[in-house]
Design a protein around this ligand. Structure first.
Ligand SMILES: O=C(O)c1ccccc1N[C@@H]1O[C@H](COP(=O)(O)O)[C@@H](O)[C@H]1O
Length: 231
């Protein structure tokens, strides 16, 4: 079971020492954890960088992917399948022999290296037909709590709803996960749901963007005990 620690801002290096599988950086001006303009310190090998976007301009998202060398893009708004496809088109400099203007950027119809996770918010019900247009073009679905804020609401949704998930696409469980959820996590990981990662954020903070290292250590340890049989 993989672990994503999201909403990095002030103590990224300390968190990285815990060697999570993913670190999440939020590029959304309205978030208290907005990372735009900041620098990601050198990270230990093996940690993937996830950029979180909410209905961002395509050019803005692409620029952050390039600037921060993001491995994964988490789309946390109402991004369409067309947006996902456009995001994955690779922009390359025109080659002189193919394009008279070598400085011009051309769109190459190949999937870029970036992975895409599409987020859906859930409260008490969810129509899983909404996922269909994204099947095959995203790498995973991430389920978060539908709340007042676009993300980072800090409380869980009704995980029973996920029992109606029939897709084979990997899923990431998110939304208000904290130390109090460990027993519930044990139960959901005992099902056949294709959960590949747990995503934590505001429940492990001293203030927005300042993560609580001690509690993260406790969570990581609990995860290691629960999930030895799941990769
Ligand atoms: O945390 C935010 O400020 C945020 C803002 C806009 C979009 C996503 C955001 N956070 C994401 O929300 C989930 C769940 O967070 P929490 O555990 O409920 O605090 C997480 O994936 C963050 O990436």
């Amino acid at each position: 079971m993989k672990l994503k620690i999201c909403g990095m801002k002030f103590n990224t290096q300390e968190v990285a020492v815990l060697q999570p599988d993913y670190l999440g950086f939020i590029f959304y001006g309205k978030s208290k954890r907005d990372f735009e303009g900041m620098e990601i310190p050198d990270l230990p090998v093996g940690i993937k960088k996830v950029g979180v976007f909410v209905d961002a301009e395509l050019a803005f998202a692409k620029a952050q992917i390039e600037k921060y060398k993001l491995d994964i893009v988490q789309l946390h708004g109402d991004e369409s399948p067309a947006y996902v496809n456009a995001l994955r088109l690779r922009s390359e400099l025109g080659k002189p022999d193919e394009d008279p203007d070598p400085s011009r950027k051309v769109e190459v119809p190949a999937l870029s290296g970036v992975e895409v996770w599409k987020v859906f918010g859930i409260k008490d019900t969810f129509d899983f037909n909404r996922l269909k247009p994204y099947e095959g073009i995203v790498n995973a679905f991430l389920f978060d709590t539908k709340g007042k804020e676009k993300g980072g609401n800090g409380y869980t949704f009704n995980w029973e709803v996920l029992m109606n998930y029939t897709s084979k696409t990997p899923m990431i469980l998110s939304g208000g996960i904290g130390l109090d959820e460990i027993e519930k996590i044990k139960d959901i990981l005992a099902t056949d749901l294709p959960i590949i990662a747990l995503d934590v954020n505001s429940k492990f903070e001293k203030e927005p963007g300042m993560k609580d290292i001690k509690n993260l250590e406790k969570f990581k340890q609990a995860m290691a005990e629960i999930t030895p049989l799941r990769s």
